[in-house]
Ligand binder design. Sequence first.
Ligand SMILES: Cc1cc2nc3c(=O)[nH]c(=O)nc-3n(C[C@H](O)[C@H](O)[C@H](O)COP(=O)(O)O)c2cc1C
Length: 145
Amino acid sequence: MLSLYRTLYISRAAPGVLDRLLESASQIVATSDRNNSRLGVTGALLAHDGWFVQAIEGERARLSSLLLKIARDPRHGALEILTFAPAESRLFEGWAMAHATVTPEVAPLLGRVEALGGGFDPDRMDADVLVTVLGAAMQARSSAA
Ligand SMILES: Cc1cc2nc3c(=O)[nH]c(=O)nc-3n(C[C@H](O)[C@H](O)[C@H](O)COP(=O)(O)O)c2cc1C
């Protein structure tokens, strides 16, 4: 594909969705699955401990406008883009939007940070590590399917 890019951002769930984060994530994934397939976009969304971590990949201009649309969504805030860069291949091939969850396989990857005290803190994690976390959550999911 011409100009395949991947972006990863983190954001805070809005207070209104905090107490039903998993349900909100499922709704978002359903909408995204529909829209992203049309756009040739693939990715994964993790909702954990009040945070959203999302990776999306696709054609650069489409990715950019999707990201700006997502940023306006009142269900989250304090969005921070950790990376927006060319990618050699898709990591989330076959998933218009995968719902990543913290499975036992994935938990150890978060453990390093959680061990420092006080929950999941993607703000203190590198984009590379977070992409790995999402990828691992995907693998756990596909092998369980
Ligand atoms: C954390 C988060 C991630 C989202 N990811 C996507 C996405 O990948 N694709 C998408 O179309 N909408 C995504 N949305 C939803 C959009 O903000 C918007 O509500 C939706 O695209 C509107 O779809 P519609 O025009 O079909 O109603 C996301 C929203 C949030 C809060």
